[in-house]
Design a binder for this molecule. Structure first.
Ligand SMILES: [Zn+2]
Ligand SMILES: [Zn+2]
Length: 337
């Protein structure tokens, strides 16, 4: 019988390999039909990555930055254009005339603000659903690997020899992160913008019909003030939710990645113990830990600018993890299929 580790030829009744000392008794040949089903299962879960593990194009990381730059450009253009048109039209004209002049600028502002939040919502949707799908698929892969090594171990003696790595492997898929609803997290970006735009439209309409001769009473001014405060409060609550989404996306990925490294390490040990070549070159670059508290403070002190970098990390970090995972899975495919 050939030793699975060093390929030395041993007598058929040997318990230990005479050359390297590996237990060869009870060895299940790698081409045995007993291993065919778990091997296929592993190959199937890896192939499933085409739909679950999407590496986003690099420019996606810059989408929030691009949106922000466009909104700054629009604001400047509107400010310049409205200053020049107001100076001609404001004197002696009714608010309705002035606002009619302002209407096209206002429409652009509202339209862009909605587009902005819908695109961010879409990005949030993609980020949350990508993590969901990836974790689910990886759990299936890990289960299939445990099943495979369990069967490949063969005799109780060999099982004993592999038991530590196999139990480490099964640990690596326990308490996987919970699934999040991607649509709900997309709404966290769309709803506050929709509400404040509707409110802005309503105020615009009210001002449009208002004339100088008909001054607003105290109650309606207080009403407008109250609603404005409520809108502000809503914006703060939604901002906290956005921070929370950033927090859990980063944190679950980091925890997941730590388990992934343990999984690769134990899988490689097991592969070589049952006679497969282990992966020769392992890239072990780790994703940065992103400290939520520090990032929130940075966001506040930069008046939100830092959030653009945070978005960038949320696109880039999972991309890196998925690329690294594909490398190892490519090796698995090569030796198992
Ligand atoms: Zn040997
Ligand atoms: Zn993974």
């Amino acid at each position: 019988m050939e030793c699975p580790r060093c390929k030395a030829d041993n007598p058929d009744n040997a318990v230990y390999c005479k050359k390297c000392g590996m237990i060869v008794y009870g060895f299940v040949p790698l081409d045995s039909p007993a291993l065919a089903a778990p091997r296929q299962q592993i190959v199937r879960t890896i192939r499933g990555r085409d739909s679950s593990d999407v590496i986003f194009p690099e420019w996606w990381a810059f989408i929030p930055l691009i949106l922000f730059a466009i909104s700054i450009a629009i604001s400047i253009a509107i400010a310049l254009l409205s200053i020049s048109s107001f100076s001609i039209g404001f004197m002696g004209n009714s608010p309705t005339t002035v606002m009619t002049q302002y209407l096209p600028f206002y429409a652009v502002e509202i339209g862009y603000s909605m587009t902005y939040s819908v695109i961010l919502g879409y990005l949030a949707y993609k980020l949350v659903s990508r993590e969901n799908n990836h974790y689910l698929r990886e759990k299936r892969l890990k289960k299939a690997m445990v099943d495979f090594f369990d069967r490949a171990a063969g005799s109780p003696e060999r099982k004993n020899q592999l038991s530590r790595e196999i139990s480490n492997l099964s640990l690596s898929y326990e308490d996987e992160p919970k699934r999040r609803n991607p649509l709900l997290w997309a709404m966290v970006f769309i709803v506050p913008s929709a509400v404040s735009n509707i409110y802005s439209l309503a105020t615009f309409g009210a001002l449009y019909n208002w004339s100088y001769s008909d001054p607003m009473d105290f109650a309606s001014i207080m009403g407008i003030l109250m609603i404005s405060m409520l809108i502000l409060l809503m914006a703060v609550i939604f901002l906290i939710l956005e921070f929370y989404m950033f927090h859990f996306l980063g944190k679950t990925l980091k925890e997941h990645e730590t388990k992934w490294h343990a999984f690769v390490y134990n899988s490689n040990l097991l592969l070589s113990k049952v006679g497969f070549p282990a992966q020769e070159r392992m890239s072990a670059t780790k994703i940065h830990s992103r400290d939520t508290i520090v990032y929130v403070i940075c966001t506040i002190f930069t008046l939100g600018l830092f959030m653009l970098f945070w978005w960038y990390c949320l696109v880039k970090d999972p991309n890196e993890h998925l690329a690294q995972q594909q490398e190892f899975e490519g090796h698995l495919l090569k030796v198992l299929s």
